[in-house]
Design a protein around this ligand. Structure first.
Ligand code: SDX
Length: 428
């Protein structure tokens, strides 16, 4: 609903009026959809100031360090809800009643197994294949199991696709881990919670009973929640763009996995732990902060900075608290935590980081917790992808539910050659 307008004039000549549209919170948006008919495109590589869609799922206020899912604050959700309840909220819009939660949990639990043929896809990977490469490929392969009778215009079928993906991602993730260490795949168990089941599939072996630690399971569940969704980040935008053509949802989620893998995005948690291990000791922290500030050095402090948060990432705050809780409950003294705390302190007091508003993000502490609970570094981004699947598929479903949904098709500023005469090879 336009209540006010922007007037575009070029060199003093009015080109057009552009409606200003208001959401329920956050920035107003300038509706530029008619600009093409006036002979102009807007130019915004990296989408620094572009709203690509209308959404009611997640709200971020980067200046105030606010993150809400369907209006519920992330620290409330992380401390008072479990991940499956957060999945329900993201998918359906409101917190579930007890009976709605129980029904949802039962549905997800009963979709955790994968087709036996899916296991065969792993056999083509080299033993040292990165788990993200395996997850990306196998999630895409799910589209071959659910395609011919899939009607994505049918809400019930979209919902079933969402349930299948939320349920099967931990199974596939654990299979990737088991394959990488040469151990047999472990079937899910219906008597375990979502996080317990994942840990069971990751760490149990046929040779002996595996007891899931409640401390580790609850830390895992909180990490899932803290990574569940985050507005129109790169991987979510990838899923939306892929889905806007009507593509198979399992293939769209595979596209999201691919985008998340980059070190500038979800790959930062793995890169952050590798960086902390490279720094190694407190006396080397200053050296690395200096490297991060050195324009001639491409090194960046992984786990710092964010396109939207120009204040603390509220997830990092909860993650830091959880990090201390888990390490003390498990009686672990990890020198990397000392390095991380020192790095955070130095960086937050350094004018370079203050001026560029570079704060620890969600990836800064997650790696330390994951390492403490026994997750190998190569699986960190896989866990991020598992957690974010509910966000990706919620945005996919929201987009396809919106009337007048169009295929995403950005334009460009063309800087190449034009109207060249082509001379056939034989004459050149
Ligand atoms: C995630 O979008 C999301 O919501 C993502 C996410 C989600 O939940 O989906 O929150 C998850 O991806 C978190 C971000 C994880 N990535 C990292 O931790 C990698 C390190 N961070 C950076 O690469 C960077 O901060 C980004 C990618 C996160 C943000 O990049 P921007 O917004 O494009 O900012 P920029 O690269 O233009 O940097 C602005 C300035 C630059 O200096 P100048 O060119 O202005 O002189 O800040 C500097 C950068 O050099 N800078 C850093 C830095 N991050 C930015 N300098 C040192 N160390 C860093 N980490």
């Amino acid at each position: 609903m336009a209540e006010s307008k922007a007037t575009l004039s070029i060199d003093g000549n009015v080109v057009t009026d552009l409606p200003i549209l208001k959401g329920t919170a956050g920035f107003d948006v300038i509706d530029i959809r008619t600009l093409g008919s006036k002979g102009y495109f807007t130019y915004d590589p990296g989408f620094l100031a572009t709203a690509s869609c209308e959404s009611a799922i997640t709200f971020i206020d980067g200046g105030k360090g606010v993150l809400q899912h369907r209006g519920y604050a992330i620290d409330d959700l992380a401390k008072k809800a479990d991940y499956l309840e957060v999945c329900y909220i993201l998918l359906n819009g409101d917190a579930p009643t007890k009976s709605q939660y129980d029904a949802f949990k039962k549905i997800i639990t009963n979709h955790t197994m994968v087709h036996e043929k899916l296991a065969h896809f792993f056999q083509g990977f080299l033993p040292d294949a990165h788990p993200m490469a395996m997850v990306c490929a196998v999630v895409g392969a799910l589209s071959s199991f659910y395609h011919s009778d899939l009607d994505i215009d049918d809400q019930a079928q979209r919902t079933r696709s969402a349930h299948r993906l939320i349920a099967k991602m931990p199974t596939i993730a654990a299979m990737a881990y088991k394959y990488s260490i040469g151990q047999p795949f472990v079937y899910p168990r219906n008597d375990l919670s979502y996080a317990e089941n994942f840990l069971h599939m990751m760490f149990s072996v046929p040779a002996e009973e595996y007891k899931v630690s409640p401390t580790i399971a609850s830390a895992m569940d909180r990490i899932f929640t803290l990574h569940a969704d985050h507005e129109q980040n790169a991987s979510t935008s990838t899923v939306r763009l892929a889905g806007s053509s009507g593509a198979n949802p399992y293939a769209c989620i595979a596209a999201g996995v691919a985008s998340l893998w980059g070190p500038a995005h979800g790959g930062a948690n793995e890169a952050c732990l590798t960086m902390l291990e490279e720094i190694g000791t407190l006396d080397r922290v200053d050296e690395y902060v200096a490297k991060a500030k050195d324009k001639s050095d491409s090194f960046r402090l992984m786990g710092f900075g964010h396109r939207v948060y120009k204040n603390f990432d509220p997830r990092a705050t909860v993650m830091r608290e959880t990090c201390h809780e888990v390490l003390s409950e498990l009686g672990i003294k990890d020198p990397l935590l000392d390095v991380a705390m020192a790095l955070e302190k130095v960086a937050l007091e350094d004018p370079y980081f203050i001026e560029k508003k570079l704060y620890p993000n969600v990836d800064f502490y997650s790696g330390i917790i994951l390492k403490a609970i026994g997750i190998p570094t190569s699986m960190f981004t896989v866990i991020f992808a598992m957690s974010r699947t509910v966000g990706w598929i919620s945005h996919w479903d929201e987009m396809l539910s919106q009337p007048g949904q169009k295929i995403g098709r950005p334009r460009q500023k063309y800087t190449g050659e034009i109207d060249r005469k082509f001379i056939p090879l034989k004459d050149r």
